[in-house]
Ligand binder design. Structure first.
Ligand code: DP6
Length: 422
């Protein structure tokens, strides 16, 4: 018997998906509805232990409509991006039979059955970290598993792309390229894994979540304005990025940190130059962002070869990639020196993620932060001004793995009896 509304079963799947940071940026669409980019982009997937989305999806003949809860609050699924992802996944659903549980769902049933979705970010959504990338990737990945979709990860990435462009790159761990593709229907605009997360595992990533009072322009509307008004964007997409993509792939393959850092910083700076070249101009970075750039540039120059790469998305937060753990400890020492927290802050909440780097810095409590010596590259200059409170907190992380299924039911976000958030 096919599924009918007198049946009481609930079928559930839970998955966890990482976020990613672009080192060659996606900025500009050639098709707004399908979300097709004007250039290829490359990203590093961040360790889901520190930054990820967990999503539980459930299906039941008892559900009256499709519903979604984000961080515990019900949100509307009526937006085109959600609808596109749901439609694309549903149309690829295949039959499921679980005799033990008495569940039988035919391909036809999936058109009528409703889903409940609960999603949770393990990092503050308000921090301006790419939550939509992990969110849409997790939605598509978990629905595909629930609905027994027999497509490879590349095909799934093309569906996640229709939720948010950068989401397609979160379907893989390690280093990922979003190939812009040529087809009008977007079928070849997919993510591919360049290298897995073990390939270059010395890298350490420190994110400075910068305090900001400013309401930022969304990526979606910002890039629309750039496409319409920035000549630099046209030049970047046609002339600059294609060459950079080749060089970046080579740098990643060879674990060539100086080239990787040079390309990452240059591409972040060009992306923000495109934003300035937009009418009206868009300012994503603030004074603190600029200070962090100066600090890294000065240090890299004093070392003779790059130790740290910086990159900034559509907001003031700095993502800093250190060549190894020793450099990361030196970096964190400098950051804590220049950007100490307000006096009432607990060190435990000021540095989160992989806190073990604090041990390498030799900092155990707040008084150790206050006692840090000025970085040697400032020795001939008037000591640089400390900016207390300019950074909200730091997250220490590393390159990480792609989506995974969580089979332990205790990790599910929906109640297995009611299908409502726990
Ligand atoms: C600056 O993927 O958020 O982070 O496709 O409109 O949802 P939509 O935009 P989104 O843009 C991300 C822009 C970026 C660069 C990047 O991640 O490549």
């Amino acid at each position: 018997m096919a599924a009918d509304s007198s049946q009481k079963w609930i079928l559930m799947t839970t998955a966890q998906t990482p976020t990613n940071i672009a080192v060659i940026k996606y900025w500009g669409k050639r098709d707004e509805a399908l979300i097709l980019a004007v250039n290829d982009s490359i990203s590093v997937t961040l360790d889901p232990q520190h930054l990820c989305t967990t999503t539980t999806v459930a299906v039941s003949p008892m559900f009256q409509s499709d519903r979604m809860w984000l961080n515990g609050k019900e949100i509307s699924l009526s937006g085109g991006r959600y609808q596109n992802c749901l439609r694309e996944i549903r149309s690829r659903a295949s039959k499921i039979e679980d005799e033990k549980k008495g569940i039988k769902i035919t391909k036809k049933d999936w058109e009528k059955l409703h889903v409940h979705i609960a999603s949770y970010n393990n990092f503050p959504t308000a921090a301006g970290l790419a939550s939509s990338a992990a969110g849409f990737a997790c939605l598509v990945f978990s629905l595909a598993k629930l609905m027994n979709v027999q497509e490879d990860q590349g095909k799934l990435s093309a569906i996640a792309r229709q939720g948010s462009g950068s989401a397609c790159r979160s379907l893989y761990g390690g280093f990922v390229k979003w190939v812009m593709g040529n087809e009008e229907n977007g079928s070849d605009s997919i993510a591919v894994q360049l290298q897995d997360e073990k390939h270059w595992d010395e890298l350490v990533i420190i994110i400075a979540v910068v305090s900001s009072r400013q309401k930022e322009t969304s990526s979606t509307s910002g890039m629309r304005d750039s496409v319409e008004t920035s000549l630099l964007l046209q030049h970047r997409a046609k002339e600059v990025v294609p060459k950079r993509i080749i060089e970046m792939e080579e740098a990643i393959k060879n674990r060539d940190f100086p080239s990787f850092a040079r390309l990452t910083c240059a591409d972040s700076n060009q992306f923000h130059a495109v934003c300035l070249d937009t009418s009206p101009p868009i300012f994503y970075m603030n004074d603190t962002s600029h200070r962090i750039i100066s600090c890294v540039e000065k240090w890299n120059r004093s070392e003779g070869t790059p130790q740290v790469a910086y990159t900034f998305d559509a907001g003031p937060n700095a993502v800093l990639i250190a060549r190894d753990r020793k450099v990361a400890a030196n970096l964190l020492q400098r950051l804590l020196y220049y950007f100490p927290p307000h006096s009432d802050t607990d060190l435990n909440s000021y540095v989160i993620g992989d806190k073990s780097i604090l041990g390498d810095v030799g900092v155990e409590e707040m008084k150790d932060v206050e006692a840090l010596p000025p970085p040697p590259e400032t020795k001939d200059q008037i000591p640089a001004q400390k900016q207390r409170g300019a950074v909200s907190y730091f997250i220490c992380t590393r390159p990480g793995k792609g989506p995974v299924l969580l089979s332990d039911e205790s990790q599910a976000l929906l109640n297995p009896e009611s299908g409502l958030p726990k």
